[in-house]
Design a protein around this ligand. Structure first.
Ligand code: NG6
Ligand code: CA
Length: 494
């Protein structure tokens, strides 16, 4: 009897060891390299994220594919550079930009036996033309490879401000249909431009459309009153949906893409987090984001799944202080450095635009530590396919390369060259950083954000080992490196 139970328990242990790991990507919005405790945050504490770093691998040179949201997310899910599809920040009523005939990261994982779910920000477009928000939307996460979806359709600062569950508006009263408009003003919710007295936060002129929950947005909207989200409750709603998914799928290997609204604007923290930092709303929503991370790790622990779940914690693009809402992020910053020692921000080709806080946590297989391997999120597709021994479909993921050993900390060797997409291109080659010249004037709406996008009529080259903050352009002294990188960039872009 003893022998039998011993054998059974051995069998269970060995089964657990070979069991496919669950995969959770925690994708924070606009979080900078320096915005987490382990990377030097000042003025806000991130204990749950720091705990992941303590028991996982903290990467110091891992990148989102681009310096803005839609392009980065496109690359993450398709393994393809955004420029191939002209992917740029989308309005809230834009059609789906992912080709549904091709394999994607979630479809590859479905092939490997995973149940797939997305909870949170989508921002990759929906439907094929004009969206009817009052019916099930025909093209979206389901067609891209997600078995379950609970979405913020675009951004917190764009209409419609409603959640979609499996591509249907949650809590929609059919007698109060939703109309959305970008460009043409429509009657419905009052406009911020006309009614500043309704606002919790003032904004620049670009964010003065529909006022909903005291916040003016980009775009205009009518109807759907019962379906409107309450900004202050978003972190709770999303965390609950994500933990419900974990609980429901606990028996199967699952993939959860937990795509937080924080710390994107409007940064409207729940009262639970107000003044939890010394940096005002931007710091408070970092604390709020950290709490959401804790909800996920607690849910995994509760199901006894934390050990064999591969969590990747990262962000879609660099930090931004003023993105249009007046929440005093600049004034209250103190000594905190959102991009760490790196120059740049969201929208910028300098390092902070794409160098992301990145932690991989998988206690069953990965030893804690730090890695300076040069890595890109575009490679997660091929890397996870290799981990699971799945073949990437022939016409899919043209830019995704397998760096499994580097992602698991067995090697420090990542990419030889790495593309950084912004409003111009950056290319990394070891310690070298090349920036493609762009003589055009800085677009007005970026210039107003106190962000340097990195435009210059001249070629820029930096030695990041000596000059991590990209201050000294040494292109003229290094013609051979410049030529090599120019050629490589041409080859990538052709
Ligand atoms: C910009 C918006 C900004 C923000 C950003 C998307 C203007 C002037 N600014 O176009 O408010 O929504 O798009 O951010 O419209 S991202 O993180 O999703 O890329
Ligand atoms: Ca973003």
């Amino acid at each position: 009897m003893l022998l039998v139970s011993l054998l059974v328990s051995q069998f269970i242990i060995s089964q657990n060891k070979t069991k496919k790991p669950n995969i959770v990507i925690i994708y924070v919005d606009d979080l900078g390299y320096g915005d987490i405790g382990v990377n030097g945050a000042i003025g806000v504490k991130t204990p749950f994220v720091d705990e992941l770093a303590k028991n996982g691998l903290n990467f110091t040179d891992a990148h989102s594919a681009a310096a803005t949201c839609t392009p980065s997310r496109y690359s993450l899910l398709t393994g393809s550079y955004a420029f191939r599809n002209n992917a740029a920040i989308l309005e809230g009523d834009a059609p789906l930009i992912i080709d549904t005939t091709k394999e994607t990261l979630p479809k590859m994982l479905q092939k490997a036996g995973y149940t797939t779910g997305i909870v949170g920000k989508w921002h990759l477009g929906l439907g094929a033309g004009k969206i009817d928000w009052n019916k099930k939307i025909p093209l979206g996460p389901e067609e891209v490879g997600f078995d379950y979806s609970f979405l913020i359709p675009a951004t917190g600062d764009r209409v419609p401000t409603v959640f979609l569950e499996n591509q249907e508006v949650v809590n929609l009263d059919k007698n109060d249909p939703i109309t959305v408009s970008y460009g043409t003003r429509i009657d419905g919710y009052p406009w911020g431009s006309k009614h500043p007295e309704l606002l919790k936060q003032h904004t620049d002129p670009y964010h003065q459309g529909a006022v909903i929950n005291g916040i003016s947005r980009i775009g205009y909207m009518k109807g759907g009153k019962d379906a409107l989200w309450v900004d202050e409750k978003i972190p709770f709603v999303l965390s609950e949906k994500a933990t419900d998914f974990i609980e429901k799928e606990k028996e199967n290997p699952f993939f959860l893409y937990f795509s937080l609204h924080d710390i994107h604007q409007p940064r409207i923290a729940n009262i639970k987090f107000v003044e939890s930092s010394t940096m005002g709303p931007r710091g408070d929503v970092i604390a709020q984001m950290d709490w959401c991370v804790g909800e996920i790790t607690k849910a995994l622990k509760k199901q006894n799944l934390l050990d064999n779940t591969l969590i990747i914690f990262t962000s879609d693009n660099g930090p931004i202080l003023d993105d249009g809402y007046l929440d005093y992020a600049i004034e209250l910053l103190g000594d905190h450095k959102p991009g760490g020692k790196f120059k740049g921000a969201k929208y910028s080709v300098f390092e902070a635009g794409t160098r992301m806080p990145t932690i991989l946590h998988w206690p069953a297989k990965v030893k804690p530590g730090k890695s300076d391997a040069l890595l890109s999120q575009v490679d997660l597709y091929a890397t996870l396919a290799c981990l699971l021994d799945v073949k990437v479909a022939k016409n899919a993921a043209p830019d995704s390369e397998n760096y499994l050993d580097a992602w698991l900390g067995k090697s420090k060797k990542g990419r030889e060259f790495l593309l950084e997409e912004a409003y111009t291109y950056g290319l990394r080659f070891g310690k070298w950083k090349y920036i493609q010249p762009k003589g055009k004037p800085i677009p007005d709406w970026i210039a107003k954000k106190f962000v340097d996008p990195g435009f210059s009529a001249e070629i820029q080259l930096f030695d990041l080992e000596k000059d991590p903050s990209e201050e000294n352009n040494i292109a003229k002294n290094n013609p051979k490196i410049v030529k090599k990188m120019e050629n490589k960039l041409k080859e990538i872009l052709k």
